[in-house]
Design a binder for this molecule. Structure first.
Ligand code: ATP
Ligand code: MG
Length: 425
């Protein structure tokens, strides 16, 4: 019997895994520079948490969640996104009390039962930053500008920022009504899902990708024509702020995001280089979410970056970070049994001095040892025979040039220095 990874799930092998890790470090550094601190969240939560916050009639909750029952009778779900968990945790640990500002970021795998395709997996990775406790539009501007500037600095190909307003509890109902009236006029021409959603969650209809619905949705009324004065002000302030920062954006009337908790500003970074799954990062304001999850009147704004898509884009741009090459500097090959403990000693002391080193213990034949060393991409091979053992030395061979010399193995800092400097290209 042979096992394979489940559909929609990817093993990440070196060297891609190393670049992925580097990319995670980079985004972490970006968030840390902007004042965010890490929160580690569980990978599963009560399914109800997601239904309540993301919305019952969203794709995620309707059909994409991995829900399971436990022996204890709980209904849990693998997290499909991070914001709901983060707010749940912030509330639980009193980080979302009224009057306080908290900046938190998270990173890790998310799970959605979707049809796998390029850029769409069932286990994928996100990093997200959430600013809880501020309703100031300049915080929207700062967060958006941080990511846009990073995109520019790392040459993400054809990246565009789309923004829209989702209005607020005051003005959204009025727009909702106008939209429903409009959609009902075209009911017969809309797809099944849109017809259903016209009743359950009409704003979701704008997100439909089915061709037959597009002409109708393109001419639908714009939410930005129905904003109340406060939402209008907020949105104008964000727009002007971005303009002031020289961050280009496109007002996109149909941008509603796939989650129901958004209010006011919603934004998305897309790239045509990605094909159909073009959004590589997205976010927005969620001024009602804390209250919805049982907290006070505490606003928030945040975003998440989709790592698999960011990875693809950085690969295309040729700005993917790499691990230093070679990863392993030295491979030690004991030529006789008696040299093995000596090999262990040298390896331990070199590692203490920051030299990545492996032992080629299983390859007793010199030729095989060299082949293995080359496969691992090492730069030097260190030979230990009787002479080396008695003299406290090591014979080092530079694989590429073939140059070989015998040097003292101790003190290790001298050997480390020799390895770093003598033959490094
Ligand atoms: P989409 O319209 O692509 O389905 P969404 O509205 O479901 O996106 P969010 O929940 O806002 O997306 O997720 C933020 C980002 O996470 C997306 O823009 C994307 O980069 C990434 N993402 C979402 N779902 C997947 C997935 N199944 N596989 C890979 N990346 C994903
Ligand atoms: Mg989705």
């Amino acid at each position: 019997m042979k096992f394979q990874a489940p559909r929609g799930v990817k093993d990440l092998l070196p060297p891609a895994s190393e670049s992925f890790r580097r990319l995670e470090d980079e985004i972490r550094a970006l968030f840390v520079l902007a004042g965010f601190r890490e929160i580690r969240l569980p990978i599963f939560e009560s399914a109800e948490l997601f239904a309540r916050s993301i919305g019952e009639s969203t794709d995620i909750v309707e059909k994409e969640m991995y829900v399971f029952s436990t022996k204890g009778g709980e209904t849990l779900a693998l997290r499909p996104e991070g914001t709901a968990s983060l707010i749940r945790a912030a509330l639980e640990h009193r980080l979302a009390d009224p009057g306080r500002i908290e900046r938190l970021y998270y990173q890790g795998p998310m799970f959605r039962h979707e049809r796998p395709q390029a850029g769409r997996l069932r286990q994928f990775h996100q990093a997200g930053a959430e600013l809880i406790g501020s309703s100031d539009p300049d915080d929207d501007v700062d967060l958006i500008a941080t990511v846009s500037r990073h995109a520019q600095a790392t040459s993400i190909p054809s990246s565009r920022l789309l923004i829209n307003s989702m209005g607020c509890a005051e003005c959204r109902p009025a727009y909702r009504e106008v939209l429903v009236r409009y959609l009902e006029k075209y009911r017969a021409d809309l797809c099944e899902t849109c017809r259903k959603r016209t009743e359950t969650n009409p704003l979701r209809v704008l997100d439909c990708k089915i061709p037959q619905c597009q002409p109708i949705l393109e001419s639908a009324p714009h939410i930005t024509d129905f904003l109340c004065p406060d939402s209008r002000n907020h949105f104008d302030h964000v727009s002007r702020g971005l303009e002031g920062e020289g961050i280009p954006f496109t007002l996109t009337h149909r941008l509603v995001r796939g989650l129901d908790y958004y209010t006011e500003t919603a934004f998305e970074w897309v790239s045509d280089a990605l094909g159909a799954q073009s959004t590589w990062a997205a976010g927005g304001r969620y001024n009602g979410l804390v209250r919805q999850l049982g907290g006070g009147d505490v606003p928030g704004v945040g975003l998440a970056i989709g790592f698999e898509r960011l990875f693809l884009l950085r690969e295309l741009a040729g700005t993917l970070p790499h691990f230093p090459d070679p990863a392993v500097l030295l491979a030690i090959h004991p030529l006789e049994e008696a040299a093995r403990p000596y090999a262990h000693r040298i390896m331990a002391s070199l590692r203490e001095h920051g030299i990545p080193v492996v032992g080629l213990f299983g390859k007793t034949r010199m030729k095989k040892a060299f082949v293995q060393a080359e496969r691992e991409g090492v730069r030097f091979i260190g030979l230990l025979g009787g002479d080396e053992l008695s003299g406290g030395t090591i014979t080092i061979k530079h694989l590429q040039s073939g140059i070989q010399k015998t040097v003292s193995a101790f003190p290790p800092e001298d050997l480390a220095k020799t390895l770093r400097e003598t033959w490094s290209p």
